[in-house]
Ligand binder design. Structure first.
Ligand SMILES: [Zn+2]
Length: 230
């Protein structure tokens, strides 16, 4: 399944996921026109920003950054839909690469030792053929040289989040992630990577699991996109 989708991505003409136009030589993730309008999210202070404030009461998170504003009413949301639901794993890797390049300009990687993707349930991982957060992290690793380590796992599948209230959502997310931090990774600066941060309950729950598994870990978060502020 994975091989098939990889082949498809290699052989089919590459289209801009945002506008559908054929990508020209030198255009990578999106076409030049869509690149100009890319809805970037500008984090000014890595140690104090809206993303951090959304998770502070739930986990000990040192720094946060993101790359894009996620707005389901904007055509740019297709970037995420394509790698999440349309099998375009390589798009996730290339977006992770781009996001990491931008974060490098902010000095985000100066305090990072490893990338920790938010895990999927095993059956969703199997069905999709890849974990999109891990593909994002792999793209980030190409820029930073940091290892991608799967330290967090999902202990059970949860109820769908959509019908739950904020408080229920939070409890639901907190219960399902567990982390195990082997000796070689203790006391390290770990960056939790995810696709889209909305309420922050998933990424905060993963950060909390890492806090609990290793009190000396310094945890940061890096969702590709942030949906909380548009
Ligand atoms: Zn385009």
């Amino acid at each position: 399944m994975n091989l098939l989708s990889d082949l498809k991505e290699l052989l089919l003409p590459r289209l801009c996921p945002v506008c559908g136009k054929l990508l020209m030589q030198g255009e990578d993730v999106v076409c030049a026109f869509c690149a100009i309008g890319l809805p970037r999210y500008r984090v000014v202070r890595l140690e104090d920003n809206l993303l951090l404030r959304m998770v502070w009461d739930r986990a000990d998170v040192k720094r946060a950054t993101t790359f894009l504003i996620y707005n389901p009413h904007s055509p740019y949301h297709r970037l995420v839909i394509d790698f999440k639901f349309h099998g375009m794993s390589d798009l996730a890797r290339r977006l992770g690469y781009w996001a990491a390049m931008e974060a490098a300009k902010q000095g985000f990687w100066e305090e990072a030792d490893a990338l920790v993707p938010v895990p999927l349930t095993w059956w969703r991982r199997l069905r999709r053929g890849y974990n999109q957060a891990e593909m994002l992290a792999r793209g980030m690793a190409e820029v930073t040289g940091l290892p991608v380590v799967n330290l967090v796992r999902r202990t059970k599948s949860r109820q769908s989040q959509t019908r739950l209230s904020g408080e229920q959502r939070r409890k639901n997310a907190e219960d399902i992630y567990r982390a195990e931090v082997p000796d070689e990774w203790r006391g390290k600066r770990l960056v939790v990577v995810d696709d889209v941060m909305t309420t922050g309950s998933t990424i905060a729950a993963c950060a909390k699991a890492l806090n609990e598994a290793d009190e000396s870990a310094k945890v940061s978060i890096f969702p590709l996109a942030f949906a909380g502020d548009y």
